[in-house]
Design a binder for this molecule. Structure first.
Ligand SMILES: Nc1ncnc2c1ncn2[C@@H]1O[C@H](COP(=O)(O)OP(=O)(O)O)[C@@H](O)[C@H]1O
Ligand SMILES: [Mg+2]
Length: 283
């Protein structure tokens, strides 16, 4: 049987929605009953903090996973459970969510990866023995063109590119497409699931000019069918992230529409057992 897919949220700039899309996709799949392994590949550790995981002293993080062999650091020892969250009088269960966390020490993995000459494949190879315990793995890379970004790219079977709905977002998308092009020949298993315009601004029924222009430009840069629905600019998203839940938990599943469509795209790559947990239509 083939391994579960590894999804990577790619983007060569900060603030593009990489961590948000990784987080919300994982939360959605976890809520449906699919075991998710998150991998925080960014030394800024947004995903680790969004998930409320505290790195314990003397416990390996992604740094040890990437820089030491399995004999020295067992990858299984680096996997943390994501704690459940209290929301008012409810408990939001995170029993299906797991994380290989990062902290700021992860930056130093770049040197080791550079000297290995194998950056592209190190994370993929390290995940290989354990990924079959999960329904999907989701990697959150750093925003710049580093060796950590390369190893994230190479770990991916499915890439998703969130890009802010503005000029900076278009530039980030361009650079990210170039990165993929550069390494595509070495990564025949990698496939782009789609582009998610992030923080789209609407007034009433219409997108703002900046949003419309940037999304139109993105559509010209990638094939039409690769454009996914946008994520609206919304404080509900920010609040959900801060409260360690999803917009759905705050009564706003409609805000997660782009995530539901993304999950549909991912469905054929999941094992039959987990694919059947994803609703037939995005809700
Ligand atoms: N729908 C949204 N509307 C407005 N802000 C958002 C939304 N979703 C997330 N954010 C905020 O945008 C910021 C950047 O997103 P993030 O996913 O961390 O980007 P990246 O990982 O690409 O650097 C985060 O601080 C987050 O709180
Ligand atoms: Mg991030």
């Amino acid at each position: 049987m083939s391994n579960p897919p590894t999804v990577v949220s790619l983007g060569l700039a900060g603030g593009q929605g990489k961590s948000t899309v990784a987080l919300m996709l994982g939360r959605y799949l976890g809520r449906l009953g699919i075991p998710v392994l998150f991998v925080d590949c960014d030394p800024q550790s947004s995903l680790t903090s969004f998930l409320g995981v505290q790195v314990q002293p003397h416990t390996p993080t992604l740094l040890e996973v990437l820089t030491q062999p399995e004999e020295k650091t067992k990858i299984i020892d680096a996997i943390a459970s994501v704690p459940d969250v209290k929301l008012g009088d409810r408990t939001i269960s995170n029993t299906n969510l797991f994380l290989i966390p990062s902290d700021d020490g992860l930056e130093s993995a770049n040197y080791k990866l550079a000297s290995s000459g194998l950056s592209l494949f190190i994370l993929r190879n390290r995940l290989q023995p354990i990924v079959s315990n999960f329904g999907v793995a989701i990697v959150d890379p750093p925003p710049e063109r580093s060796h950590l970004a390369q190893t994230s790219l190479g770990a991916g079977d499915k890439w998703v590119i969130p890009a802010e709905s503005n000029v900076k977002g278009v530039q980030s998308l361009l650079r990210t497409m170039e990165l993929i092009k550069e390494f595509k020949a070495a990564l025949p298993y990698g496939e782009l699931l789609g582009v998610v315009p992030f923080r789209a601004r609407w007034t009433g029924l219409h997108p703002t000019n900046a949003t419309k222009t940037s999304i139109d430009t993105m559509r010209e840069l990638v094939a039409d069918e690769l454009m996914l629905p946008h994520i609206l600019e919304s404080d509900v998203f920010k609040n959900a992230i801060n409260q360690r839940v999803a917009p759905t938990d705050l009564g706003q599943p409609n805000l997660e529409y782009a995530i539901h469509v993304l999950a549909q795209r991912l469905k054929p790559a999941l094992s039959a057992e987990y694919a059947k947990l994803i609703p037939a239509e995005p809700v």
